[in-house]
Ligand binder design. Structure first.
Ligand SMILES: Nc1nc2c(ncn2[C@@H]2O[C@H](COP(=O)(O)OP(=O)(O)OP(=O)(O)O)[C@@H](O)[C@H]2O)c(=O)[nH]1
Length: 315
């Protein structure tokens, strides 16, 4: 991909790199400010580490990158672009092990995907995009409007259902989301659906009662199929920065998160948090969201993300 001219790159790449430009240019601008015409010393490495911390990369990664920059370069001239190359390469090393596709096990009928996260993180939109993707792969998909809290979420999912030709199981606003999940899974089984995507209401990770409601959804799903849910996707909004770390911890504890989707990478200076999450939690990252349209969900690739964040592609 790095040899492809900018104009020929896929649109998701352009959206990702322009979205992450705020992160990369904040890294790049800060680096250029103090790296010109100076030999590398301890003070410079400390400054580099600070820049990376401000970009949300986390202490471990920031200090590892600064060590990598220092390696064999003390008292030598170094340029900001040399440092950016090292940032890209070190970030890629952290991300490569977690960049894993969401594999649908066709032996499970349906393969149940539960989608969780805080309010407004992009769960419903992500489910809509996933339904389009799986339907395009020839799979029989069903969606469950388990966000019974918000009437608009039920409507939103129905619109996605019409758009992608996917049936949506919905209840009345305020109905019990666990029983909706139960009914949807029962219906999906009866109809021989390949994939069931279950939406859930947004909940803050520190709201105990809402988190136990999520545990109940998982318990009830297991009553129909004790191997389900087969994937639990946590949808993270990139714009929230550091708070995403505690979301990963709480939702993993409560709902057994198996993989991540990070949305809104098209408009944030805080995408660096994904690197800190990858370093700390090692959870698979399946997709990134780079816009509201159906085509704006892209499989996660370590190299593209690393280059976008370091700004090595966009100079
Ligand atoms: N720019 C951008 N906007 C997005 C992306 N994903 C979702 N959105 C927007 O974010 C807003 C919230 O998305 P929803 O899918 O409704 O979020 P939710 O998690 O289901 O919300 P709750 O049900 O309230 O918890 C909507 O306006 C979406 O269009 C993305 O990747 N980029």
């Amino acid at each position: 991909m790095s040899d492809t001219p900018e104009t020929q790159k896929p649109s998701w790449w352009r959206r990702l790199s322009s979205g992450l430009k705020r992160t990369s240019s904040s890294i790049g601008t800060a680096l250029s400010e103090f790296i010109s015409k100076r030999k590398l010393d301890r003070a410079m490495l400390d400054e580099i580490e600070d820049v990376l911390l401000r970009a949300d990369l986390g202490t471990e990664v920031a200090s590892r990158i600064s060590d990598a920059v220092g390696e064999g370069r003390y008292d030598k001239m170094i340029s900001a672009s040399d440092v950016k190359e090292i940032v890209a390469s070190e970030v890629e090393k952290v991300l490569a092990p977690v960049a894993k596709p969401l594999v649908i096990d066709d032996a499970k009928k349906p393969f149940v995907v539960l989608v969780v996260g805080v309010n407004g993180s992009g769960k419903t939109t992500t489910i809509g995009k996933l339904s389009a993707r799986f339907a395009a792969e020839g799979r029989k998909v069903m969606m469950a409007a388990g966000d019974t809290f918000r009437a608009a979420a039920i409507e939103q999912l129905k619109v996605w259902g019409e758009r992608t030709g996917t049936p949506v199981i919905a209840g009345a606003q305020g109905s019990d989301s666990a029983s909706l999940a139960f009914n949807a899974l029962t219906a999906a089984k009866e109809q021989g659906r390949d994939v069931l995507l279950i939406d859930t209401a947004g909940r803050l990770q520190n709201r105990k009662e809402l988190m136990s409601e999520l545990e109940k959804v998982v318990r009830v799903i297991k009553k129909v199929d004790d191997t389900a849910p087969h994937a639990v996707l946590l949808v993270l909004d990139a714009t929230v920065g550091q708070n995403a770390l505690s979301q990963v911890e709480a939702f993993t504890r409560t709902a057994g998160v198996t993989g991540l989707v990070m949305t809104k990478l098209d408009g944030t200076a805080r995408g660096g948090i994904l690197v800190a999450i990858a370093e700390k939690h090692k959870l698979p990252v399946h997709f990134i969201g780079v816009g509201e349209g159906v085509e704006d969900l892209s499989p996660f690739t370590a190299r593209d993300f690393a280059q976008a964040i370091a700004g090595t592609e966009t100079q």
